[in-house]
Ligand binder design. Structure first.
Ligand code: BMA
Length: 365
């Protein structure tokens, strides 16, 4: 008897529907299971885990996380920056065909996939980090000079989500994806940031994106994840919130930067507020990006990350990528690094269970 399947069926009347009422059955099941998994533990996620690691790239089956704790991450993060231009490789020089293949393979093993997107600045053509002007967002909204271009970008994304993915599953299913566009917008690091557009412009950008992908392009395998950067209070968190009908998961991106803020007290404050907001809005919550670059604190996993995520009802926590070509740009564990033994303790701790791929129930039924 499959407990999760029975439980899922018994509760399906009471769990909210995703922002896309026509979401595929697997996507709706994933949504229900994001709520439920939080009672079991926090799924562990790692960006680009299957593509490359600290000192390797494109070696089939390898994973820095698995090489440390014996299991793949439960959540795989992928980056689509560059797809909007029609390029066949991402801004991190990863072929989109490889992302598609490995994302589908992760789905086939029962893991969860999430996608970030750092599109180029539509006005300057420079990177997502070009936040010099304050007209980039308005220029892509309906009536703006770059609106047609933005539609083309979304056409390309839709092609990725709906067409490429469906081609690659044996059963012909669309692979559900947690899509996390225009993130960290309570900061000003990107052209869609707080200093670069008004709250109304941001909300319009979000709503247009959802509406276009869902209603015009017919993409029904996405759950939409809202993920601000560091924030002051609930008002700040929701200042640019497009509304419950446009968002599925409430997230937080917050990196541990010891020189800027105290991770323990700040993390406690922001993740507790997130937990409250999740209850108020009826949404699952996630620590959508975090990490301490280079992990100089060898007990970071149990002394920093574990205390801040403990008891917060999070569905998942994702640490950023281990770049293969920048020796100090890593946020996940890797075999041989000084924090590896502590990561193993973190992975096996019982106070706040942390879930890896093989521990997941069926997330898609
Ligand atoms: C950033 C860095 C960049 C990378 C980008 C998108 O945080 O890791 O090197 O290009 O994410 O993956």
């Amino acid at each position: 008897m499959d407990f999760w399947r029975a439980f899922s069926a018994a509760c399906s009347d009471t769990t909210p529907l995703p922002a896309d009422p026509q979401a595929t059955p697997e996507t709706q099941a994933l949504y229900r299971n994001l709520f439920r998994i939080a009672d079991e533990g926090v799924m562990f996620g790692h960006q680009d885990d299957a593509l490359y690691g600290h000192d390797w790239k494109y070696e089939e089956g390898r994973s820095d996380v698995r090489e440390c704790c014996g299991d793949y991450p439960a959540v795989f993060g992928w980056e689509l920056g560059g797809l909007e231009t029609g390029a066949d490789r991402s801004i991190d020089d990863v072929p989109f065909a490889e992302i598609t293949r490995l994302l589908c393979a992760a789905y086939g093993r029962g893991a969860v996939n999430t996608v970030s997107w750092h599109p180029q600045n539509p006005e300057s053509g420079a990177s997502a980090w070009d936040g010099k002007t304050s007209t980039a967002v308005s220029s892509i909204l309906p009536g703006g000079a770059n609106h047609a271009q933005f539609r083309l970008w979304l056409d390309r994304l839709a092609g990725f989500f709906a067409f490429m993915l469906s081609l690659r599953t044996d059963a012909g299913e669309y692979v559900p994806v947690l899509f996390r566009p225009f993130h960290e917008h309570t900061g000003s690091g990107f052209w869609w940031g707080e200093a670069q557009c008004t709250p109304d412009e941001y909300k319009a950008l979000w709503r247009f994106t959802v509406e276009y992908l869902r209603d015009v392009k017919g993409v029904h395998n996405l759950l939409y994840v809202y993920s601000p950067d560091l924030y002051r209070d609930a008002e700040h968190y929701t200042e640019r919130y497009p509304g419950d009908e446009w968002v599925d998961v409430l997230g937080l991106d917050a990196y541990h930067r010891p020189q800027d803020w105290d991770f323990l007290s700040g993390g406690e404050r922001m993740l507790s507020t997130l937990q409250r907001l999740g209850h108020e809005h009826g949404k699952p919550t996630a620590f959508t990006e975090t990490g301490l670059e280079g992990i100089p604190d060898t007990a970071w996993w149990t002394r920093r990350l574990l205390p801040v995520i403990r008891g917060k009802g999070l569905s998942y926590v994702l640490v950023w990528r281990n770049a293969h070509d920048r020796p100090t740009h890593f946020f996940g564990p890797w075999h041989g690094h000084a924090s590896e033994p502590d990561f193993r303790k973190f992975a096996a701790n019982r106070e706040q269970p942390v879930l890896f791929e093989s521990q997941l129930p069926d997330m898609y039924h």
